[in-house]
Design a protein around this ligand. Structure first.
Ligand code: SAM
Length: 266
């Protein structure tokens, strides 16, 4: 028995039908390279194992690692570490292949896991993740809706996100306060040509001032009115009106002034 630890985001899935549905949705083939985030007590792992010869699971909790070793023995390749420290780029280079990632992820680091994936987008084919329903809705949200924000822009810039199905909170132990959903992020092969760090800074800086105009957020970053007037972009709009593609255009136009401002986000 593993007593669930809140600090590790441990809400264990106990509904085998949902686990099966997730695994079936992956349509795994023998040549796939699969990585599971946070296998816990093995709710998904037991259906994933032996579906592909290259399967790696990453779990932080030593108690869960011991249980998984006892259950699956040598048939499971398991890393005991914080998944955020794992270099998918290195692993993908060794394999000369990109990963399918899957996991009922610990919700306390949902954003960190998303950015860990996006930062290593070249190494990922797709990610199928159980997340809070509200977060899933933000991944797929369209401009001018209340769910639309930084997560929507970044997930839609790097991937094609799809909400696969909702999952009741009663499918987990302990029962969390919110419902969940399974989302699939299919990573784009050809990303729009842009300076990613600069793009991210423009998005974050303007969404930080969500109710203000784009001009306001950009001036706060250090762009001058003259510079902003010169780019021929309607800056009276607000951040939530712009699609990810609009943001690519905006950051492309501002690129010429990049060295005049500081980039607060790395
Ligand atoms: N996959 C299991 C299931 O569906 O029942 C467990 C899901 S539980 C929501 C999240 C799992 O992620 C836990 O087993 C937890 O110990 C593990 N975890 C938490 N933080 C982690 C981290 N930084 N790196 C790797 N695993 C982590």
């Amino acid at each position: 028995m593993i007593k669930p630890k809140k600090s590790l985001g441990q809400n264990f899935l106990h509904d085998d039908n949902i686990a099966r549905n997730i695994v079936q949705s992956l349509a795994l083939q023998s040549g796939d390279h699969l990585l599971e985030i946070g296998p816990g007590k093995g709710a998904l792992t037991k259906f994933l194992i032996r579906k592909t010869p290259d399967f790696l699971a990453v779990e932080l909790d030593p108690r869960a690692v011991a249980l998984l070793r006892e259950t699956f023995g040598d048939s499971l390749e398991l890393l005991q570490t914080d998944v955020l420290t794992v270099s998918l780029i290195d692993l993908a280079e060794q394999r000369r292949a990109r990963f399918k990632v899957v996991g009922n992820i610990p919700y306390y680091i949902t954003s960190e896991i998303l950015f860990w994936l996006l930062d290593q987008h070249e190494a990922v084919l797709e990610a199928t993740l159980m997340v809070q329903l509200e977060v899933a809705q933000r991944f797929v949200a369209k401009p001018r809706t209340k769910e639309y924000g930084i997560l929507s822009i970044f997930s839609q810039h790097y991937t094609e996100p799809r909400l696969l199905f909702k999952v009741s909170r009663n499918s987990f132990y302990p029962v969390p306060k919110v419902d969940s959903a399974v989302v699939r992020l299919v990573f784009k092969r050809d990303l729009p040509d842009c300076d990613h760090l600069f793009f991210r800074n423009i998005v974050r800086a303007t969404f930080g001032k969500r109710r203000k105009t784009l001009r306001n957020g950009l001036k706060f970053m250090g762009f001058t009115d003259d510079q902003l007037d010169s780019i021929g972009f309607d800056l009276t709009r607000r951040s939530e009106e712009l699609s990810p593609q609009n943001y690519v255009e905006l950051s492309g136009k501002l690129q010429q002034y990049k060295n005049h401002v500081t980039l607060p986000f790395s």
